[in-house]
Design a protein. Structure first.
Length: 751
């Protein structure tokens, strides 16, 4: 798209060239999250192109690509130094000066080469677009003028692919995927590792004579200027970290391990925002089917005995059905907002760990369906392999979990991409249109899409420097070993793996189950736990179901997750006497009405927060717990809070439980974002004892659920476990509880 988000070009060319569309947010009459499936995209753009850029005409000027060329792809770039787009022209029109850049794959005449053996050329030409009725729902391209005298061609790029290009920042920065390229160098000329995928290329804004260089200059994006994306922070030749925010910090994987600048990032389908602030890409390459050494197939999640789709029998058939080990799932971001740390995003946009090939569709001439069904849940169990009760449907997985054929042209508008791994966002460029304003009650929210699903991504907790634990119940992605990041979901070759109690963060074993901590604080400010280690009967959910929003984790009453706390010496942030906010969503599944007490949170030093059902048989049937208690390391209750009727923890309902621990006053309980009240000290317990109760730093770990095997922990679904080294405002607490009104009715903080 152009930088104002109004003009877009279809990268995949059609006969005659590349179609051009005008984006029309004025057509969106309802919030995107309230719109029916398949209708929004058809409204925000026309069903047919407004104009066509004839990239075929470029071939006549360049004999080296004039014959036997393949796979045209065209993208946009803008020169903004002399005049910014759009500008008023012809009285009431908007005009855009753009540069169309077309990638041609070339094979010499008379040769038969695979795509991996071809050269690619980038050919650029300037053009002017005139738009009638601009910024209205009836806008359209009135005139496209291509200035062929401005054409230029870049050097041959000898890489397997030149795919998904974006030009961002100062319009001299090209981000592109090369398809596991070899023989790349770093900016100082030393060789990088082989098999590099996502790369960048840029050139100085000021040349040797002190003059500004031209933007969108394809002659400057050379093989010598192609570097692994992880090298950007270390590239002093191009002053990357000064020019582009995404390179401000060195890259780290989800475990906090430094990603070396000469290594591949281990991802695919990159996208970057227009200001070059954050990089998004896909990082997971797991499969639902595994081919064992014996030649038989294994799958961690059973499928229907009689399937209405193709079921593979061998390795070749697996590769036909799924993107075998290709990192095209698991939407991940890193950059300025995450202080360089890779964060695997949780939510409906990132809904499945498994990839299904784009050839896996009915119109390919076979009877293969995209939708698959996995047997994931029984009514109350959380065993590893589950059998669904009679009458319970299998869980649909594939595409964005639509039912039926995901490629039926009658269900989606005709510009739908058949590849649902592409990423993109209009960021917040259209928020002046009422229906395009995010409905998510947070501060930093973008509309994001994967070509078939629009979602609102929230960045608040990634940006928060005081976030100590942000466990959205996804697995982390680690330093790449082969052609993709390692995904620590506890499965190896179709089988759940035995877990080790202590994890080597520099090299976790394949098949280890870990839980991501998406807190991104700078290491010199606060050292956050690198991961969560499970114990007991836990698994990583393979689809976005089970959480308040996204995956969630099932606790069976004897399981838990331990977050080891690093040593905090030598920091600029001394937090010995800091306020601490701890919260989580909890959907209890108690199976009887007897009195009981269960650990919700604890410290390895012995302090516990317990949920208690004190009055068996006397409370309402759906009330799971009557009170919440604080116990010290000697198991003495030092404070508790008795729930009132309107704020009790109820069975089979999501409850948001939060405690604000203060350094100078009594802790306060919040239920669903509402202030319930202060904890009441036990007789004889001093204020000093209570405010020193929950000292997170200086202990070995903070735990969610049972502290150890054999202890009675909570039973049910848990999600969004957060520990913050601060005291959030009432609005922030409401936001953490996903509330619409709590704390907002009156702008007064309770005494």
């Amino acid at each position: 798209m152009t930088q104002d988000g109004r003009v877009g070009i279809l990268k995949r060319s059609v006969p005659g060239g590349a179609p051009i569309y005008i984006l029309k947010p004025e057509r969106v009459l309802n919030y995107l999250t309230d719109s029916a499936n398949g209708t929004v995209g058809a409204r925000i753009i026309d069903s047919s192109a407004n104009a066509l850029f004839n990239s075929d005409l470029l071939k006549a000027y360049y004999p080296q690509i004039s014959t036997n060329y393949l796979a045209e792809r065209t993208f946009l770039c803008e020169k903004t130094l002399k005049r910014r787009n759009p500008y008023i022209c012809s009285g009431d029109r908007d005009c855009y000066d753009v540069t169309f850049i077309t990638r041609f794959n070339y094979a010499p005449t008379g040769t038969v080469l695979s795509p991996n053996q071809m050269n690619s050329y980038l050919v650029a030409v300037d053009a002017t677009l005139k738009v009638r009725n601009p910024k209205t729902s009836i806008a359209g391209v009135e005139l496209l003028t291509t200035h062929f005298n401005t054409r230029r061609i870049g050097p041959p790029l000898p890489y397997p692919k030149v795919a998904e290009p974006v030009v961002v920042g100062d319009n001299r920065l090209l981000i592109v995927r090369l398809g596991k390229a070899n023989d790349l160098n770093l900016s100082d000329g030393t060789p990088s590792q082989d098999g590099i995928n996502i790369v960048y290329s840029t050139y100085p804004a000021i040349d040797a004579s002190g003059q500004q260089t031209e933007q969108c200059d394809v002659t400057k994006w050379t093989p010598q200027n192609m570097h692994p994306i992880a090298h950007a922070h270390y590239d002093t030749t191009n002053k990357m970290k000064e020019r582009y925010k995404f390179a401000r910090y060195p890259f780290r994987d989800s475990l906090g391990k430094l990603l070396l600048g000469d290594h591949d990032l281990g991802g695919s389908y990159q996208w970057m925002d227009k200001n070059a602030t954050n990089l998004f890409y896909t990082a997971i390459g797991t499969d639902n089917f595994y081919n064992t050494n014996s030649g038989s197939l294994q799958t961690p999640y059973a499928e229907p005995t009689v399937a209405n789709y193709f079921f593979p029998d061998n390795l070749l058939e697996i590769d036909f059905v799924e993107e075998k080990s290709s990192p095209t799932a698991g939407i991940t971001m890193l950059g300025f907002w995450t202080h360089g740390k890779a964060v695997l995003i949780d939510g409906q946009l990132n809904n499945s760990d498994y990839n299904f090939r784009i050839a896996d569709r009915v119109d390919s001439g076979s009877d293969i369906h995209v939708q698959r069904f996995l047997d994931l849940y029984s009514q109350e169990s959380a065993s590893y392999v589950l059998r669904a009760p009679a009458g319970q449907e299998f869980e649909p997985v594939g595409g964005v979990r639509e039912r039926g054929d995901a490629f039926d042209p009658n269900e989606y508008h005709n510009q739908l991409s058949l590849n649902s791994s592409f990423l993109g966002s209009v960021e917040n460029r259209f928020t002046y249109v009422k229906a395009m304003f995010p409905v998510t009650i947070r501060d930093v929210v973008w509309h994001f899409g994967s070509t078939r699903h629009t979602e609102e991504l929230v960045f608040d907790d990634y940006i928060n420097p005081y976030m100590f634990i942000n466990a959205e119940m996804t697995a982390p992605v680690g330093q790449p070993l082969t052609n993709s990041m390692s995904y620590y979901d506890g499965i190896l070759n179709g089988r759940k793996q035995p877990q080790v109690p202590f994890v080597d963060v520099e090299q976790p074993q394949n098949g280890q189950l870990l839980f991501q901590n998406a807190a991104t604080a700078l290491t010199y400010f606060m050292r956050v736990p690198r991961y969560g280690v499970p114990y007991g009967n836990l698994r990583m959910e393979p689809i976005a179901k089970g959480g308040i929003y996204g995956k969630g984790v099932w606790f069976d009453g004897g399981s838990g997750i331990r977050f080891p706390i690093p040593v905090q010496t030598g920091l600029i942030n001394t937090a010995d006497r800091r306020d601490w906010y701890v919260s989580a969503f909890f959907d209890p599944r108690e199976v009887d009405a007897s009195a009981k007490e269960r650990v919700l949170w604890s410290l390895s030093s012995g302090e516990k927060v317990l949920l208690i059902k004190a009055n068996s048989g006397t409370s309402e049937p759906n009330v799971a717990y009557d009170l919440i208690a604080l116990r010290d390391s000697e198991n003495r209750t030092i404070a508790q809070f008795n729930f009132v009727d309107s704020l009790k923890i109820r069975n089979k309902k999501w409850n948001h439980i939060a405690i604000q621990f203060f350094s100078e006053s009594l802790p306060v309980l919040f239920i669903d974002g509402y202030r319930a009240g202060n904890f009441v000290p036990a007789p004889g317990v001093t204020l000093s004892t209570i405010i020193n109760f929950f000292k997170v730093l200086g202990t070995g770990s903070i735990n969610l659920g049972a502290t150890h095997l054999g202890e009675a922990g909570v039973r049910g679904w848990l999600d969004d476990f957060k520990v913050i080294a601060a005291s959030p405002t009432s609005e922030e607490r409401c936001n953490h509880a996903r509330g619409m009104d709590c704390g907002r009715l009156v702008g007064v903080e309770p005494a």
